[in-house]
Ligand binder design. Structure first.
Ligand code: SAH
Ligand code: SF4
Length: 359
């Protein structure tokens, strides 16, 4: 799908046209990735962060947040629990910090792999190519690194470089991850102050150009202890500011499914936070095929406060989650749930070598 067509859809608000878009995305989702909804256990292993992203409550300068790092034993207990719940993947997510030293992560990956058959997804921010390579060697399968917005000027404003080390762009790191053989995920926020509809169209077109295996997108949710949350007017776009609405997220999800038909796409926690009653169902009807129940131990949950009111995603009652999926005519996925996009690339190694152009 061309960028202009994507932009046209983002501007569209006629209910009959949007219903057509939903049906088309849902059909492509069913044909390409099926009715299974892959469930990933997310474990938020640390909220320590060296960055100063203007939108995120974990940003280093936020002194109101108690900081934690889980122990390896605690993370392993979560991985075992994920396995007992029948989940096939554990996602280890954290702020970006050298407090999580690379060898400790490598060791953790090896221990999870020794004890379980879980696929391991990492979401640890921007780390050096050497660290990413070491974690891949240790057994990590996937990496999630959202580029947040493809508008370089906006990104510079809201995601300033770290003063303590040379900067490597997230797009360059996505190329690195791909050449290391990871299943590669990226994404953006919808409705980030300063993001115009044309930017969001560029983001979605870029998902396709990068040939992503996983794409995560969710609404921007304001956090009062961040510069952006305190003073949104300073950031808002003068025209065609993208609204951080459920409707806009659903449109963006559908267009993402059409741009990346074989990718794994979650109904994100942020979407469920914005629409607690039916965000999961709406996401899954508009193109998503993944959901991430949160298995972070309860004593740490409240401190992983990227944004306020974060939904407690359905870990308490796996049966209730299964019932919700079946009501939609969907089934819980079995096994690792690798992205068909990545499986196809692995089967054709010459394509894997031909890295997509990245900035
Ligand atoms: N530190 C890592 C992973 C944790 S942050 C990283 O930055 O990649 C995970 C994601 O949370 C980010 O990629 C961003 O898209 C999202 N996020 C941060 N602040 C947010 C906010 N206020 N509203 C919605 N999503 C947010
Ligand atoms: Fe840190 Fe990630 Fe939040 Fe940025 S988005 S402040 S890198 S946790």
């Amino acid at each position: 799908m061309q960028r202009e067509e994507i932009l046209g859809w983002l501007r569209q608000d006629r209910p009959d046209a949007l219903e057509r878009l939903q049906k088309r995305a849902d059909r492509v989702r069913r044909e390409r990735v099926g009715d299974a909804v892959h469930l990933r256990a997310i474990v938020e292993i640390s909220n320590v962060c060296a960055r100063r992203c203007a939108y995120c409550g974990l940003r280093g300068p936020n002194s109101r947040l108690p900081r934690y790092c889980m122990t390896a034993a605690e993370v392993l207990a979560c991985a075992r629990r994920a396995r007992r719940c029948g989940l096939g993947t554990v996602v280890l997510q954290a702020g970006e910090s050298d407090a999580l030293c690379a060898d400790w992560i490598s060791d953790l990956i090896r221990r999870i792999k020794r004890e379980t058959d879980l696929a391991i997804t990492l979401s640890l921010g921007e780390r050096s190519p050497e660290e990413l390579a070491a974690w891949r060697r240790a057994g990590a399968d996937r990496y999630l690194l959202r580029f947040e917005t493809s508008n370089a000027e906006l990104l510079q404003r809201v995601h300033p470089p770290r003063p303590d080390r040379p900067e490597r762009s997230r797009l360059a790191l996505l190329g690195e991850l791909r050449s290391l053989g990871y299943e590669v995920g990226s994404g953006c926020m919808v409705g980030l102050p300063g993001q115009q509809l044309a930017d969001l169209a560029d983001d979605i077109a870029l998902f396709g150009e990068l040939d992503l295996d996983m794409v995560g997108l969710g609404p921007y949710l304001a956090h009062p202890d961040t510069p952006m949350g305190r003073n949104p007017a300073r950031y808002l776009a003068a025209s065609e500011q993208v609204p951080a609405s459920v409707e806009m997220c659903c449109k963006a999800l559908a267009l993402t499914r059409l741009a990346c038909p074989d990718a794994n796409i979650p109904a994100t926690t942020a979407l469920v936070t914005l629409a607690p009653e039916d965000g999961l169902e709406r996401g899954l009807r508009w193109g998503a095929n993944v959901f991430m129940p949160n298995l972070t131990p309860s004593e740490y949950r409240a401190s992983y406060r990227i944004y306020p009111g974060k939904a407690d995603c359905a870990d308490g009652d796996p049966d209730a989650l299964q019932r919700r999926l079946r009501r939609l005519g969907r089934t819980p996925g079995r096994g690792r749930g690798d992205s068909p996009n990545w499986l196809a690339r692995r089967a054709a190694p010459s394509a894997a070598n031909g890295l997509r152009p990245v900035a």
